[in-house]
Design a protein around this ligand. Structure first.
Ligand code: HAM
Length: 421
């Protein structure tokens, strides 16, 4: 056994039972995004490393130590498996001139890759649903993004809580940054190693430290809130008014800074205390500078991404189940004539949109019925030579107590269609 090749650490297989759940989740997601007028886009999993360095920031955990980066031996270029989807969405929007006629509401889903220490809720290949509203500057779109999340949580039967903050604009951040550096320089001795390293490159991230020894120092640090200009404050106020008007409750968390550098103004996280250390199920905010930073004509933008594995864990904890995909009928047959007829019956059912599993591999009726039961199908269609001779099937319920009946194929189809709706 130990010689067998296993999956890569932190990267998981999704077996059929679990895939049923994922597909149920994805169906809800597609319908939800359709109702809000967002359109799906698909971008490559592999991008030039420079894209993420420029978009996410050189001095972030993701770029410094979590990216799967390698040199393409064929052309010497540095490539990276995408650690997130915003950079790719913006790159594609610029590359295809998508914003020439106004704002675009976009979404994507798929695997993302980060070389983090795997634990429950934190994987090296994980999956996000990301939503990006490109070209909209007002607080109304920030509110739309948050309200639509609240709507989804209701549909999924979960209740994470919302934290919001504003990071202000470039000038106020620069003022704040200068004050932070002065403050932390004056307290050099109290800084841990990580914070010392970040002092001049990214002092804002020091505030994000999880080190308890840093808490008191961070609590007394200069507040960004005190540096915000009137326009950013008005934006934040308008967002709160819209959330209030739409019944979304939230907590303002002045410590919320996010681990990616592209944000400005609104940032938010949906969190839960039910998943241990990995409690953020969805996160995002405004990133008005990113389109220009990646070479496009300046355009405001906002968005978020949710971690699918974390959301599914949360649903599981709340015993929310998504109905597994079960076959409408399992067709058992014995004898040559029966087998030939069974193939025709299976084809007729499938032609009418029903899911029919045709027994393969022979065996007695009894052993075939065991397989039928294990398939979770609600009905077995039994075909012996008797049935084949008169082109009929015996319809046997596999759940409940109703009796089996002999019917024509058309009747069986009509019945199965009725009970499957
Ligand atoms: P992020 O906060 O890095 O933001 O990730 C968003 C979500 O992805 C997290 O809240 C979490 O649920 C999930 N996630 C992140 N890393 C892992 C992991 N290693 N294992 C499992 N789940 C994980 C972004 O990625 C931004 N692109 C969000 C955004 C979109 N901002 C604006 N638009």
């Amino acid at each position: 056994m130990s010689n067998n090749i296993q999956s890569v650490r932190g990267m998981n297989d999704c077996l059929p039972e679990m895939t049923d759940t994922w597909q149920g989740f994805e169906a809800i997601i597609r319908d939800w995004l359709r109702r809000y007028g967002y359109r799906e886009m698909r971008t490559p999993i592999l991008e030039h490393t420079g894209l993420f360095k420029r978009a996410i920031g050189e001095v972030t955990d993701i770029v410094e130590k979590e990216m799967y980066t390698f040199v393409d031996e064929l052309n010497g270029e540095s490539m990276t498996l995408r650690p997130e989807g915003t950079a790719s969405a913006v790159r594609a929007a610029i590359q295809h001139n998508m914003l020439y006629d106004g704002g675009k509401r976009l979404w994507y889903t798929g695997p993302m890759f980060r070389h983090e220490r795997p634990q429950k809720g934190r994987y090296r290949q994980f999956h996000q649903v990301g939503v990006e509203a490109l070209g909209f500057s007002g607080p109304d779109v920030d509110a739309e993004l948050i309200v639509m999340c609240a709507d989804l949580w209701r549909a999924l039967g979960i209740a994470p809580t919302l934290q919001i903050n504003t990071l202000g604009d470039v000038e106020s951040r620069q003022r704040h940054r200068k004050k932070l550096i002065t403050y932390f320089e004056a307290n050099q001795d109290a800084l841990d190693e990580d914070s010392k390293r970040r002092l001049h490159s990214n002092p804002l991230r020091i505030l994000d430290s999880k080190n308890p020894a840093m808490q008191a120092l961070n609590d007394a640090a200069p507040k960004l809130m005190d540096e915000l200009d009137a326009a950013a404050l008005a934006h934040f106020d308008a967002l709160q008014a819209l959330l209030d008007a739409n019944g979304v409750t939230y907590e303002i968390n002045p410590r919320l800074v996010r681990g990616l550098d592209y944000y400005n103004r609104t940032v938010f996280e949906w969190v839960t205390d039910q998943l241990g250390a990995q409690g953020t199920v969805c996160a995002g905010g405004r990133y008005d500078g990113l389109v220009e930073q990646l070479g496009g004509k300046p355009a405001p933008a906002a968005g978020f991404a949710m971690g699918i594995e974390r959301l599914l864990s949360l649903m599981e904890l709340g015993s929310v189940t998504l109905a597994p995909a079960v076959p409408d009928a399992y067709i058992v047959h014995a004898g040559d004539a029966a087998q030939a007829f069974a193939w025709k019956v299976a084809s007729a059912l499938r032609g009418e949109g029903l899911a029919a599993v045709l027994h393969c591999g022979g065996g007695s009726f009894k052993s075939q019925m065991k397989k039928a039961d294990a398939s979770l199908a609600r009905f077995a269609l039994i075909i012996g030579d008797d049935e084949a001779a008169v082109q009929q099937v015996t319809l046997k319920p596999l759940r409940g107590t109703s009796e089996q009946t002999r019917v024509d194929v058309a009747q069986a189809i009509e019945f199965l269609q009725k009970v499957s709706t």
